[in-house]
Write a protein that binds this ligand. Structure first.
Ligand SMILES: [Ca+2]
Ligand SMILES: [Ca+2]
Length: 98
């Protein structure tokens, strides 16, 4: 991932890790693994949700996961986006992997 001198001085910066808020608990997901949108900042990691492969993405850079894509066993990808205000996950797309 991309780091700079100022963030190095802070040691364990929480922004290095993605996190997830669910059911009253903050889950630390660890550092982002790859850069999904190509802007030079790692923002996504792969995980597993209920047995399916998932990609969790922090699109706006605050560390909180706000996009989620789950690859289902039938080859479809279901995607959700976190609404800023209420913390509700809304489905955004359902399609096939190209
Ligand atoms: Ca990025
Ligand atoms: Ca975010």
């Amino acid at each position: 991932m991309v780091t700079d001198a100022t963030s190095d001085d802070l040691g364990a910066d929480a922004h290095d890790n993605l996190w997830w808020y669910s059911d009253g608990t903050v889950w630390d997901l660890g550092p982002a693994e790859f850069d999904a949108d190509g802007d030079g900042r790692a923002d996504s990691l792969t995980s597993e949700i209920e047995g399916f492969s998932a990609i969790l993405t922090d699109a706006d850079g605050d560390g909180r996961v706000d996009r989620m894509s789950v690859l289902r066993s039938d080859g479809r990808v279901a995607a959700w986006q976190l609404e800023d205000s209420g913390g509700e996950w809304n489905p955004t797309a359902l399609g096939r992997v190209e």
